[in-house]
Design a protein around this ligand. Structure first.
Ligand code: GLP
Length: 244
């Protein structure tokens, strides 16, 4: 397996959001109707703020962006505030003016049919142009938990207790975090034309070191990103284990 080295853009922590936003904007504005998957989590929140403050006026560009769900909780009603598609609507989609949205139907009666629908939609409308990812502390990307096959496609997965704990803070306790989620698969993500992995904070330093320098293994799902070219890692110095 070729070990492609991702491009790494190190930043000071105070420059992280602007650096990531500028890099993402460069791609969004260069590609016609970019099919774009965006992450939730705390890492990208300031990135979205910067995208809006620096480029929010460019409705000509935003109006062409096609948003694609990266992952989402399963079993929730369409208007549930916990749905990632609604979270992202509040943080970036509504204010930027991205109206073309392809999302998981969280409450689908038949999850297998729902995942097949999504894969088919991507096959018909892809390739995915831009995927922006955060990094879970256990190495997950989207909701591909450790042990996920590098060949995995879109599917419904159980959430690990570590991931549910990490998500609990957003929704007022682990009881509020669904036990299952939809996610684009690792093969689906790796097929994207451009992939950004955003990582900030010293608490991500150990896992980021494994992702960049450890063995390429399904035990650390984000190492799939070393099997493809076109990956850019934007990380602050704390996450890279560097002195500030
Ligand atoms: C969540 C999401 C991921 C996200 C990751 C990291 O569980 N499913 O898409 O990237 O965890 O989140 P954070 O940025 O808050 O560390």
């Amino acid at each position: 397996m070729t070990d492609f080295k991702p491009t790494i853009i190190p930043t000071a922590s105070e420059d992280f959001a602007a650096t990531a936003a500028d890099a993402i904007w460069d791609k969004i504005s260069q590609i016609h109707s970019p099919l774009t998957a965006l992450p939730t989590g705390s890492t990208p929140l300031d990135v979205y703020k910067h995208l809006l403050s620096a480029y929010g006026e460019r409705k000509d560009v935003w109006g062409q962006v096609r948003y694609l769900s990266l992952d989402d909780y399963a079993g929730l009603e369409d208007d549930d505030e916990r749905l990632f598609q609604n979270w992202l609507a509040r943080e970036i989609l509504d204010d930027s003016g991205i109206t073309h949205r392809t999302t998981f139907n969280s409450n689908a009666a038949d999850p297998a049919q729902e995942t097949a629908r999504m894969e088919q939609w991507i096959a018909d409308n892809g390739p995915i142009d831009i995927v922006v990812l955060g990094l879970g502390t256990n190495g997950h990307i989207a909701f591909n938990e450790p042990g996920s096959s590098f060949e995995s496609t879109t599917r419904i997965v159980p959430l690990s207790s570590e991931t549910r704990e990490a998500n609990a803070a957003y929704w007022g306790g682990i009881d509020q975090v669904p036990t299952q989620a939809y996610t684009l698969g690792l093969k689906t993500l790796a097929s994207a034309q451009h992939i950004f992995l955003l990582v900030s904070g010293a608490h991500k330093a150990d896992i980021l070191d494994k992702v960049l320098n450890g063995p390429i293994t399904e035990d650390v799902p984000a190492t799939v990103l070393r099997t493809v070219p076109n990956v850019t890692v934007i990380a602050d110095k704390a996450a890279l284990g560097l002195k500030p």
